[in-house]
Design a protein around this ligand. Structure first.
Ligand SMILES: [Zn+2]
Length: 251
């Protein structure tokens, strides 16, 4: 047991398959919903196919595309995710991001349907791992409306709710993006339960500031990194991303 670097493309495909299974098994996606992508070395992206359950994928189903969305490893049987434009928009906006997950976890999606941002100031882990979680306006799935809807938010946060649709997480590597989706859904569930008890206490502001300081010190990507990414390629975070990009999922 332990983590190790898994830099071959086939191992990265296996990691995407693992994450797809976990999203499906946890009920974060059903039927053929959701999509997962990862930026690989040469500016190309590996992305899940359209019309397939992400709980039952094989290596050959994962599609390789370039930053213009063109398929670079033609596969007659499968086409890239219908939300490919949303994934590409995240990579264009964020040099420090190498993995994007979109899913429909029930509690998080309930907040998205209600149009209520997830208030992470109620749990230390949510503050540290997620930061702010806004709701992007509704856009018709598979159209440019969805990437357009996230543009005002994606430079300032790593987790976004898509109104009347679902959730998006973006991170330096795929496992981090997956853990963020778990934390997002866990927080949304706890908020629903606490609300049903009739009272939701927030963590005091001075305590939140302490958590944010720890977040910066421990190097969790957040607002600090985002500001440098917006000014151009962030060499140190890109180098770090390359190193840990494809870390194998702990079993
Ligand atoms: Zn969706």
């Amino acid at each position: 047991m332990g983590d190790y670097l898994a830099d071959s493309e086939s191992e990265i495909r296996d990691l995407i398959i693992d994450i797809g299974k976990r999203l499906w098994e946890r009920g974060y996606i059903v039927a053929k919903e959701g999509n997962i992508s990862m930026r690989i070395d040469d500016g190309e992206i590996l992305i899940t196919p359209m019309g397939v359950s992400k709980g039952f994928m094989s290596r050959d189903m994962i599609i390789k595309i370039n930053m213009d969305g063109e398929v670079t490893s033609p596969n007659k049987d499968y086409r890239p995710s219908s939300e490919v434009k949303m994934h590409l928009e995240v990579y264009k906006q964020r040099d420090d991001v190498n993995a994007v997950i979109h899913a429909h976890p029930p509690y998080s999606t309930s907040f998205a349907v209600a149009g209520v941002p997830i208030d992470t100031s109620v749990l230390p882990e949510a503050i540290m791992i997620l930061g702010e979680v806004p709701v992007a306006p509704y856009g018709t799935p598979s159209t440019s409306e969805v990437p357009d809807s996230i543009i005002p938010f994606i430079r300032n946060t790593n987790a976004i709710l898509l109104a009347n649709h679902g959730a998006l997480t973006a991170a330096i590597d795929l496992i981090t993006a997956y853990h963020m989706m778990e934390t997002l859904e866990h927080t949304a569930r706890i908020l629903c339960l606490a609300t049903s008890l009739g009272n939701v206490n927030k963590i005091p502001e001075e305590q939140i500031n302490k958590l944010m300081k720890i977040r910066c010190e421990t190097g969790i990507p957040g607002e600090k990194d985002i500001s440098s990414a917006s000014a151009g390629p962030n060499r140190s975070s890109a180098a770090r991303a390359k190193k840990i990009r494809s870390r194998k999922l702990l079993r």
